[in-house]
Design a protein around this ligand. Structure first.
Ligand code: FES
Length: 77
């Protein structure tokens, strides 16, 4: 007797919801928010924070924010 014979066949695997990775704890800014603004053309962390209605507080997040901006920005051809 096969307990699970056919029970999983054809069933789509549930997609994991996008994890809300926080980049800036002080301002509760998520990676997805920063990436969205980079896609809109912003390339400076200060502009991004300002657009999100805040500004850096402790500054711990700034290196990560800069790296995200570099990674998310389109590369010149
Ligand atoms: S973690 Fe972003 S300002 Fe403190």
């Amino acid at each position: 007797m096969q307990k699970h014979a056919g029970c999983c066949k054809g069933v789509a695997t549930a997609r994991k919801p996008e994890s809300p990775m926080y980049v800036c704890i002080c301002n509760a800014l998520r990676q997805s928010q920063i990436e969205a603004l980079v896609r809109e053309g912003l390339r400076c962390e200060k502009q991004i924070y300002r657009r999100l209605g805040c500004r850096p507080q402790c500054g711990t997040c700034l290196p990560v924010a800069r790296a995200l901006i570099r990674e998310a920005a389109p590369q010149p051809a």
